[in-house]
Write a protein that binds this ligand. Structure first.
Ligand code: ADP
Ligand code: ZN
Length: 521
C-alpha cells in the first residue's frame, strides 16, 4: 500500500510539475498531511515549501485552502499552477462580484484544487458560509510566522485563523514558514493549537553563502569598488529608505553600473519594469527596500549587500538568502553602524509598548551579531535553534580571526551570577549584578549582597554582554524563551563550574578602532 502511494506521489510530481525527485523532507511532509495529521514545516526560503501543500491538494478529492498574506504572492502561485494545468483560484479584494461568484461555484462543484485566500477575506461571514458548503481537504497556512508577534512581519488577523478553521470543520492544518527562531516557532504552534503537529525542520545552513560585516565608513566608495570587482554579476543592494534607494541607484549609474531602483513608492509599471529588467539580466544590480524579493526566484544572484543595518536577524537571513539559490557562489555583505540601530529604534518610538520592546530586542540581537567576532554561521544557526558546534571557515570572522582572550575567570563568574540569582533573570540584569550596579531589581532582590555582585566591575557592560553571549553560544548557559529570556545553567555549564579549565573567547569587534587603523595604513 505504502509503495503504491509512493509511486502515486512521484508520478504526480513528474506529471504535473515535471520534477523527478522530491527534495529534502517534501515526501514525508506530503504523506503526513495526506494522512490527516497536523503538519508544521520550517524550511529556508527557496527549499520548496509550496510543493508540500500543492501536490497533496492535487492528489486529494476536494479543495485545499491556502492562506497567504500577500495578493502578489497568491497571484504568482495561482498563475504558475494554472500554467501547469491545475485549477487554482484566489479570493481577494481584487476580484469583481461576478468573479467571486464564479470561484465559489467552481469550488462547491469540486473543480478547484487550491483556493488561495487572504486572512482578511477568510474572516468575512459570507466566505465562511460558502466554505462550509465546499469539500475542504486541509488548510495550508503559508508564511505562518505572520501569526507571531515575535516575528518580523506580524499580521494581527493571522491570529484569528484557528477559530475560523474550527468553524469550517475538523480540518488538518499544514503551517509553513522560513522563520526558524524557537520563540516564533513556539508561538505559531501555540496559536494554532498544534502542539500535536509533526514538525519537519530543515537545516538553515546555507553552506555556499559567505557572510561578511564591515563598518559603515566610506560606504559608497566601498560599494562601488565591490561591484566593479564583481562586474557583470547579479546583485541586490538593500537600503532602509526609498530616498536612499534612489540615491544609491543614481550613484551606481553615474559610475557605469547597470543599476535600477525598486521600492513601493515607484509607480507600479516602473517598479515592474525594473524588476523584469533585473530578472532578464538587462540590469545587473537592483537597489531596493525590503519590499523587493518576497516570492522572487532568481537563482543566480551572486551578492546581497545591506547598505543599512537590517532590523532583525530574521530579515537579514531572509534577504541574504536570496543570494546563491542555485547553490553556487553567494556573497553577503552588510554595512553596520550603531547609529543605524539607534535610528531604527527611534522608528518604533510611537508603536505600542510590546511591539516597541520586541523590535528593540531584535535590534539588540542584530547589533550583537555584527559586533561579535565569533563565526557568523555559528551565530546565525544558534539564533535559529540549530546545533552547529564548529567554526565554518567561510565567513569574515573565520577567515580573519580576531584576537582571543583567556576567559576562564569570566566564564566562571558568568555562570555563578546565574546560579546565585537562582536562574530567574535575563541577561541585562546579570550584567548589572556583575558590574555592581544599583537598580530597582538589584535592590528589591538584595542582589548587592551576593558574592558575584561587582565582581566584574573592572569591565564595562559591552564586555560582560559579550561574555554572556558567548557562554550561551557555546552552550554553558541557555535562554528560557518561554520565560522572558531568563538565563539558566546548562548541563555543560554545571560541569564547567565543577571542573573549570582554560578557555578562549573572542574579543568583540571595535569597529571605530578598526576604521582608524585602516586609515593609518
Ligand atoms: P519556498 O516557498 O520554500 O521559498 P518554493 O516553493 O518557491 O520555495 O520553491 C523554490 C523553487 O524550487 C521553485 O522554483 C520550485 O519550483 C522548485 N522546486 C520545489 N520542489 C522541487 C523539486 N522536488 N524538484 C525540483 N525543483 C523543485
Ligand atoms: Zn565562520
Amino acid at each position: 500500500m505504502l509503495v503504491k502511494q509512493d509511486n502515486f506521489l512521484k508520478n504526480k510530481l513528474k506529471e504535473v510539475f515535471g520534477y523527478s525527485q522530491f527534495r529534502g523532507n517534501q515526501e514525508a511532509i506530503i504523506e503526513n498531511i495526506m494522512a490527516g495529521k497536523n503538519t508544521f514545516v520550517i524550511m529556508p526560503t527557496g527549499a520548496g515549501k509550496s510543493l508540500c501543500y500543492q501536490l497533496p491538494a492535487l492528489a486529494m478529492e476536494g479543495t485545499a485552502i491556502v492562506i497567504s498574506p500577500l495578493i502578489a504572492l497568491m497571484k504568482n502561485q495561482v498563475d504558475q499552477l494554472n500554467a501547469f494545468g491545475v485549477n487554482a483560484q484566489f479570493l481577494n479584494s481584487t476580484l469583481t462580484k461576478a468573479e467571486i461568484n464564479r470561484v465559489k461555484r467552481e469550488t462547491i462543484n469540486g473543480d478547484v484544487k487550491l483556493l488561495y485566500v487572504a486572512p482578511e477575506s477568510l474572516t468575512k461571514e459570507e466566505t465562511l458560509d460558502f466554505l462550509k458548503q465546499a469539500n475542504i481537504t486541509f488548510v495550508a497556512i503559508d508564511e505562518a510566522h505572520c501569526i507571531s508577534e515575535w516575528g518580523h512581519d506580524f499580521r494581527p488577523e493571522y491570529r484569528k485563523i484557528r477559530g475560523i478553521i474550527d468553524s469550517i470543520g475538523n480540518l488538518p492544518i499544514i503551517a509553513l514558514t522560513a522563520t526558524a527562531t524557537p520563540k516564533v516557532q513556539l508561538d505559531i504552534q501555540r496559536n494554532l493549537q498544534m502542539d500535536d503537529a509533526s514538525v519537519f525542520k530543515s537545516s538553515f545552513n546555507r553552506t555556499n553563502l559567505y557572510y561578511e560585516v564591515r563598518p559603515k565608513h566610506q560606504t559608497k566608495k566601498q560599494v562601488i569598488k565591490y561591484i566593479k570587482k564583481n562586474k557583470g554579476k547579479s546583485g541586490i543592494i538593500y537600503c532602509l529608505s526609498r530616498k536612499k534607494v534612489e540615491e544609491i541607484a543614481e550613484l551606481l549609474k553615474v559610475n557605469d553600473i547597470k543599476a535600477l531602483p525598486y521600492h513601493a513608492g515607484l509607480d507600479a509599471p516602473i517598479r515592474m519594469a525594473n524588476q523584469d529588467a533585473f530578472l532578464n539580466e538587462e540590469a545587473d544590480v537592483i537597489v531596493a527596500t525590503i519590499a523587493f524579493g518576497m516570492g522572487i526566484d532568481k537563482p543566480d544572484v551572486r551578492f546581497v549587500i545591506h547598505y543599512d543595518t537590517p532590523k532583525s536577524i530574521e530579515g537579514y537571513y531572509q534577504e541574504t538568502g536570496r543570494a546563491g539559490r542555485d547553490g553556487l557562489e553567494g556573497n553577503c555583505l552588510m554595512f553596520y553602524s550603531y547609529d543605524d540601530i539607534v535610528k531604527l529604534e527611534k522608528f518604533s518610538k510611537d508603536k505600542p509598548v510590546t511591539e516597541r520592546d520586541n523590535s528593540k530586542l531584535l535590534l539588540q540581537e542584530m547589533a550583537s551579531y555584527a559586533d561579535s567576532a565569533v563565526c557568523r554561521r555559528r551565530q546565525l544557526l544558534h539564533y535559529f535553534g540549530e546545533m552547529y558546534n564548529k567554526d565554518c571557515g567561510f565567513c569574515d570572522n573565520c577567515v580573519h580571526p580576531k584576537e582571543k582572550f583567556e576567559a576562564e575567570k569570566e566564564l566562571i563568574l558568568a555562570i555563578k551570577a546565574v546560579q546565585q540569582t537562582k536562574e530567574r533573570f535575563p541577561m541585562d540584569h546579570l550584567v548589572h549584578v556583575l558590574m555592581g550596579m544599583k537598580d530597582q531589581y538589584v535592590e528589591s532582590y538584595s542582589h548587592d549582597q551576593l558574592e558575584v555582585y561587582g565582581a566584574g566591575k573592572e569591565h564595562d557592560a559591552a564586555y560582560w554582554t559579550s561574555v554572556l553571549r558567548q557562554a550561551l553560544l557555546f552552550d554553558y548557559l541557555e535562554k528560557d524563551i518561554e520565560n522572558f529570556g531568563t538565563v539558566k545553567i546548562s548541563a555543560k555549564g554545571a560541569e564547567y563550574l565543577k571542573k573549570p579549565h582554560p578557555i578562549k573567547f573572542a574579543k568583540d569587534h571595535n569597529f571605530e578602532e578598526e576604521v582608524q587603523q585602516e586609515e593609518e595604513k
